[in-house]
Design a protein around this ligand. Structure first.
Ligand code: LLP
Length: 404
């Protein structure tokens, strides 16, 4: 998105402000589908809603023919409001209440269970068609906080010591129909080897279910995780991603003798690059040790740098050059509230607009009211038109749930 447009949006709506590019979201959805077009089986792409839950963003993705991966009653409600068909929705989380499971069963969406205790509850609330999230014990080679299939991870039923198999037996004993298996090994993954290892293990497990238990699965869900380039790291393209899976899926269906639908759950790939966070320079501080650009946004708006030491490219709208090293600081009372460290930028002045790139995924959706600061507004730029898709939170809204 062009800096003049971003500056005018910042002026009109104030900052901090998230701005999303609808065309880029559509392009990413199409590129994802296109890369699987010569696949030997039906592929169902499902958007991982946690990356960006704005209803307008969901609507675009639904209209591109995607399903949705949800993790809570809130996300389930959001996708049903946005027109996603229940058959194209996967509800996966590591820990569900009876009420979560009842909502999912009543909504007739696909449900995965990632522990044995949930099997009885699933049955109790009227569930018939169960799926299992398994843990294939694979290193996704990403940040430890977003690795989800290590031996010590809380997610899924481990293949180790036959835990996943025992869960399947328990479901069969409870007369449930085992419809699918699911895994998700981690997020922002750039190297395909973990995906391939996990995919092969998933097909091996599917073959075990067929030949030992006579189970023919409707689907194998291979999760999300495809990364995007935040800095200059090596990241596989979506075509590399599809091509890495192709031989193992071909070999897998051959061994199975039937063709389960293969689900994928990309979140970040679809929306990360389509969003920026705009903030305003409040002040500049030059010290003998460091120069700071003090902005009006912080980790309440974008937590990724503080939480994962994540790099987000930062520029000053409409200014070029790399003359001064700055730390781009947030406005919270926390030393860790730095949006970008040691960034070479042009000379900054109070009032400049700072553009934090790749903010479309896990940006607003992880925002908070820390330090009692209202959440930012969101704008969608669609075919040359810009519109407000979430009002800035007001101070009054910070108190509306408090009982005094
Ligand atoms: N499916 C499941 C079951 C997941 O848990 C996730 C992400 C996804 C799909 C989508 O993964 P993606 O394609 O977006 O990598 N807050 C972190 C990312 C946490 C991801 C959690 N699960 C971050 O900002 O990097």
């Amino acid at each position: 998105m062009d800096d003049e447009l971003l500056k005018s949006l910042a002026k009109e709506y104030g900052t901090p402000l998230y701005v999303y590019d609808a065309d880029l979201i559509k392009h990413k959805c199409r590129a994802f589908k296109e890369s699987f077009k010569d696949f030997p089986v039906e592929v169902k792409p499902c958007y991982a809603v946690k990356a960006n839950t704005n209803l307008n963003v969901l609507k675009i993705i639904e209209q591109e023919g995607f399903g949705a991966d949800v993790v809570s009653q809130g996300e389930l409600d959001a996708v049903l409001r946005s027109g996603f068909q229940p058959a194209n929705v996967m509800y996966t989380s590591n820990s569900k209440t009876e009420s979560d499971l009842r909502s999912a069963v009543e909504a007739k969406v696909n449900v995965t269970v990632g522990n044995t205790d949930e099997i009885n509850v699933f049955k109790k609330v009227g569930g018939h068609r169960i799926a299992f999230r398994v843990n294939p014990n694979v290193d996704a080679k990403t940040h430890p906080k977003i690795s989800t299939a290590l031996a010590g991870s809380k997610f899924g039923l481990h293949f180790m010591e036959g835990i996943a198999e025992e869960a399947v037996k328990k479901a069969l004993d409870s007369s449930l129909n085992v419809a699918g298996i699911h895994c998700h090994i981690g997020s922002n993954v750039g190297d395909m080897s973990g995906f391939v290892e996990a995919g092969e293990k998933m097909f091996e497990f599917a073959a075990k279910l067929k030949y030992d238990y006579n189970i023919q699965l409707d689907f194998i869900d291979l999760g999300g995780g495809l990364g995007v380039r935040y800095q200059n790291e090596k990241v596989a393209s979506v075509n590399d991603f599809a091509q890495a899976y192709k031989p193992l899926v071909e070999a897998g269906v051959e061994k199975l003798g039937y063709k389960p639908v293969i689900w994928f759950e990309p979140g970040r790939y679809i929306v990360a690059e389509a969003g920026v966070l705009l903030c305003t320079v409040n002040s500049i501080k030059k010290t003998p040790a460091k120069n700071f650009i003090n902005t009006d946004a912080g980790f309440n708006d974008l937590v990724r740098p503080a939480m994962y030491d994540a790099y987000h490219h930062i520029r000053l709208a409409g200014k070029d050059g790399e003359s001064i090293s700055y730390d781009v600081a947030g406005n919270l009372c926390e030393s860790g509230d730095i949006l970008g460290k040691d960034r070479m930028l042009p000379e900054a002045e109070k009032g400049d607009i700072v553009v934090v790139e790749n903010g479309g995924a896990y940006g607003f959706s992880m925002s908070s009211n820390y330090n009692s600061i209202p959440k930012p507004a969101e704008i969608l730029v669609d075919g040359g038109e810009s519109r407000l898709i979430r009002r800035r939170q007001s101070l009054e809204q910070l108190y509306e749930d408090q009982v005094v």
